[in-house]
Design a protein around this ligand. Structure first.
Ligand SMILES: Cc1cc2nc3c(=O)[nH]c(=O)nc-3n(C[C@H](O)[C@H](O)[C@H](O)COP(=O)(O)O)c2cc1C
Length: 187
């Protein structure tokens, strides 16, 4: 078949790969975590991210209530825990205990971060958009916590060594082969 030929479907929420983020919400005393694939960066200065959450999720009221959450990126060795946090509800299960996560305090938010995740973003909601099935919480990234072992002697972050987990069309993946650095095509 001609490799430029396309099949046209009706519009759907289809993209990939994305990070399956572990979003911690609630308070330090009563935290919860859910897995969110609909997340990303939406602004550089100030640094801003979003999470899109269905109002029927237990976590929705927690995020809405405190206006804070942390985005924690799991490693490929955490695929099972990531799936658990995306299939069980905090209304019935203590997912943090079940997954054996270690929580450490937020530095700029009252919401903790997951110590086992190499990268955590501490976020404060600035806008809320009801889009239909999901509500998009747009948030400022107030602080970033990154695993010290990934920072070399020159202060450079080697995120490629983190072994981050990816999610694409219902499947989890470990990141594959590096194919370039930003700007390499025009150097
Ligand atoms: C890989 C993956 C990605 C998910 N992405 C989202 C998402 O972007 N938004 C959302 O509302 N739910 C998403 N979910 C579903 C929630 O994580 C799931 O309903 C979870 O049990 C909610 O937890 P809670 O009831 O403790 O809030 C995802 C689940 C998985 C497994």
């Amino acid at each position: 078949m001609d490799n430029t030929e396309k099949t046209v479907w009706k519009g759907s929420a289809l993209t990939g790969p994305v990070p399956p983020a572990l979003v911690v919400c609630g308070t330090a005393e009563r935290p919860n975590v859910l897995t969110v694939a609909w997340t990303g960066i939406v602004n550089s200065h100030p640094p801003m991210t979003y999470v899109s959450v269905r109002p029927e999720r237990y976590s929705y009221a927690l995020i809405d209530g405190t206006g804070e959450f942390t985005v924690n990126l799991p490693t490929s060795s955490m695929a099972r825990e990531t799936d658990i946090c995306g299939t069980l509800t905090g209304a019935k299960t203590d997912k943090i205990k079940k997954c054996g996560f270690t929580l450490s305090p937020g530095t700029r938010t009252g919401v903790p971060v997951i110590a086992e995740c190499p990268l955590s973003l501490e976020c404060r909601v600035s806008q809320k958009l009801d889009l239909g099935s999901h509500t998009m919480f747009i948030a400022e990234i107030l602080a970033v916590q990154v695993a010290s072992r990934l920072i070399d002697s020159k202060g450079k972050l080697n995120l490629q060594q983190a072994g981050l987990l990816a999610f694409s069309h219902g499947e989890y993946f470990a990141l594959g082969r590096k194919c370039g650095n930003i700007g390499f095509s025009t150097k």
